[in-house]
Write a protein that binds this ligand. Structure first.
Ligand code: AMP
Ligand code: MG
Length: 340
């Protein structure tokens, strides 16, 4: 699988090369601490359009802009008074890191990035390679480097496997440390809203701001506050079903005694095969030895991709409760299973 894209080992030379390619108006796939991104400089409309073309992403789904620091953010967004104080406190606590701010945009920010909205999404990635590139290029727009709707990439090889024909360069920064996309935070209201849960949780943000999040509503793409938050997303090609405690019911419905080949993913290691039957033993996978949710988040997309390449008829995956990082994992899995 995969096409002609070159995977460049990250060295000072390849980092310089990647930055030069970006500055010349091309797209390059780059590692971040969340997932791999497909980057373009924000001043080049042709390069920005290429992101949408390569991903097959609808133009109504806005991009996140990546900057080095708060001053980079303030160059792109209108932030003053009490809002600046809130942003500053959150930056002190969580940035650089996997937290995206949705703020009123400055005029100069391209409508291609914001999908015509008056707001822009901005974050400060912590990945040292991405930051080194940012120092050379200035702000970069970068959505996840996967075809629209498919499972996000957490290894350079994932990017090559699913869009290697469409792009020329992938910078390899090893596996992504966090593994799920950034938390998207809307600060436009009296109380903050989480538009997409991530590793920085509502509880963590609430503690810093001294207030509680507005409750999460189920997001759909028609919601003007959260364009692009589709109910169906991150999906493998293989049918995916979710369970809380036991996969037995899904398996019985699917035909437990048939010839169907079913993979079962548990959050932690200490689960035996369903029905105690040996024949399932080879089909059992787990995401974290001890059920550590940060580890689950780090591994989930890679395991879904791996199983998707193994010709299973069905993948059954255990979901965590929507608490802490579990909310982000639950969100991604629910969207991944929504189309089946
Ligand atoms: P990603 O695909 O990970 O780059 O995330 C981009 C997502 O950020 C989009 O699908 C939107 O849901 C969200 N987003 C980006 N810009 C905005 C904005 N101006 N307002 C609300 N959500 C946004
Ligand atoms: Mg994405």
């Amino acid at each position: 699988m995969g096409g002609g894209a070159r995977i460049l080992e990250a060295t000072p030379e390849s980092i310089r090369e990647a930055a030069d390619i970006l500055l010349a108006g091309e797209v390059v796939a780059l590692p971040t601490e969340t997932v791999y991104g497909l980057a373009a400089v924000i001043g080049d409309d042709g390069a920005l359009r290429k992101i949408f073309r390569v991903k097959g992403r609808p133009s109504c789904d806005p991009l996140i802009v990546h900057v080095l620091d708060l001053s980079g953010l303030l160059g792109l967004a209108e932030v003053g008074g009490a809002l600046l104080d809130r942003v500053r406190r959150l930056c002190d606590a969580f940035c650089p890191g996997p937290l995206t701010f949705v703020l009123r945009k400055k005029k100069a920010v391209s409508d291609i990035i914001t999908a015509g909205k008056k707001t822009v999404a901005i974050r400060m990635p912590s990945h040292p390679i991405f930051r080194e590139i940012l120092r050379r290029t200035g702000p970069l727009a970068a959505p996840s480097a996967n075809p629209f709707g498919y499972v996000s990439p957490t290894y350079a090889e994932h990017v090559r496997a699913s869009m290697g024909e469409e792009i020329s360069h992938i910078l390899d920064g090893g596996p992504c440390e966090i593994g799920v996309e950034s938390t998207i935070l809307d600060l436009s209201g009296k109380r903050f809203t989480i538009l997409r849960p991530g590793a920085i949780t509502a509880e963590m943000i609430g503690e810093v701001l001294g207030e509680r999040a507005k409750p999460l509503r189920p997001m759909v793409s028609t919601d003007p506050a959260a364009p692009g938050m589709l109910r169906q997303h991150y999906s493998p090609r293989t049918k995916l079903r979710l369970f809380r405690e036991s996969a037995a019911e899904i398996l019985l419905n699917f035909g437990e005694n048939s010839e169907k080949n079913v993979a079962i993913i548990y959050l932690s290691q200490n689960h035996g095969p369903p029905f105690g039957e040996k024949k399932w033993a080879e089909n059992i996978f787990w995401l974290s030895e001890a059920g550590d949710w940060n580890e689950v988040a780090r591994n989930i997309f890679a395991l879904l991709r791996r199983l998707d390449g193994m010709e299973f008829d069905l993948i059954c995956c255990q979901v965590p409760e929507k608490i802490g990082v579990g909310a982000a994992i639950n969100d991604r899995l629910s969207r991944a299973a929504a189309k089946f």
